[in-house]
Write a protein that binds this ligand. Sequence first.
Ligand code: ZN
Length: 66
Amino acid sequence: MTIMSIPENLRCPKCGSADIAEIIYQPAEMTEELLRLVQAKKVLIRNEPPPANAPRYYCYYCGYEW
Ligand SMILES: [Zn+2]
């Protein structure tokens, strides 16, 4: 599992916000690092299998996923 791969300059393609998180589906375990990232709103956990063409990023500002 690769986390913290959000590029520094990544912006929401819809609204331009930098307030975005990487979506992690069904993490194997809640590690301390993962918890820290969730609390920092850098990672969004989804306890469900990734759908087809699962979005990788989530925008907190407008809710757009891509
Ligand atoms: Zn947005």
